[in-house]
Design a protein around this ligand. Structure first.
Ligand SMILES: O=P(O)(O)OC[C@H]1O[C@H](OP(=O)(O)OP(=O)(O)O)[C@H](O)[C@@H]1O
Ligand SMILES: O=c1cc[nH]c(=O)[nH]1
Ligand SMILES: [Mg+2]
Length: 208
């Protein structure tokens, strides 16, 4: 089973308190989602491989260490876009791929409408982003598409998950570690996470 890491950090808890509040403005919601993305990146990347390189500081020659493999960030549209800037600020060399999925509101099955990945997915570390891990159908379908395109080192990052989504992702992709800011109680009858934060895409983009 892949590891599930639920981050425990006062700054993440505080930002989640703002994100979950239904009275938070679109601007503040967007800023806090991106900032939690940046904070999760620290934990998410702590096992990335390094390679040695010789450089000169203003004082002397020395050995420094840089990331060995390329990093590719792949947000699941739309809501995944909200965490891209925070993660990209931490890893400016990362390439960004995109996958567009939406859930059929009745069946909750994900429908793919767009996919564009850089070639580095084949030899790089691929970070799939979707703030909400609800049934897990969207994250699982996105990762399947990435693997079909050649990705081998994939990790998933989200804001809020629930037991149903974690179980689905673990079963479908046992090799993919999961990083979340919070693991909530359950899904409701409409497929929303409880207590959750509502519809993340709508709250990010002001569409409701
Ligand atoms: O785990 P799942 O049950 O698949 O649900 C999670 C998905 O639902 C939401 O997307 P939505 O379908 O609302 O599309 P949007 O991001 O374009 O709003 C969310 O952004 C996830 O992609
Ligand atoms: O609670 C949920 C579940 C799926 N998608 C969302 O945006 N929110
Ligand atoms: Mg979506």
């Amino acid at each position: 089973m892949p590891k599930v890491t639920v981050l425990k950090h006062p700054l993440i808890e505080h930002k989640m308190s703002i994100i979950r509040d239904k009275n938070t403005s679109t601007k503040s919601f967007r800023e806090n989602v991106s900032e939690v993305g940046a904070l999760i990146t620290y934990e998410l990347t702590k096992d990335l491989e390094l390679q040695a390189k010789e450089i000169e500081t203003p004082v002397t020659k020395t050995t420094v260490y840089e990331l060995k493999k390329p990093v590719v960030i792949v947000p699941i549209l739309r809501a995944g876009l909200g965490m891209v800037d925070g993660i990209h600020d931490m890893i400016p060399s990362a390439k960004v791929g995109h996958i567009g999925l939406y859930r059929n509101e009745e069946t909750l099955e994900p429908i793919t409408y767009y996919a564009k990945f850089p070639q580095e997915i084949k030899n790089g570390c691929v970070i799939v982003i979707d703030p909400m891990l609800a049934t897990g159908g969207s994250a699982s379908a996105a990762i399947t598409k990435l693997k079909e395109a050649g990705a081998t080192d994939v990790r998933y990052v989200g804001l809020v998950g629930c037991p149903e989504g974690v179980e689905r992702l673990q079963n479908d992709h046992p090799d993919v570690p999961i990083y979340l800011a919070a693991l909530d109680e359950r899904l409701n009858e409409k497929g929303y996470i409880v207590p959750g934060l509502g519809d993340c895409g709508d709250r990010l983009f002001g569409t409701k």
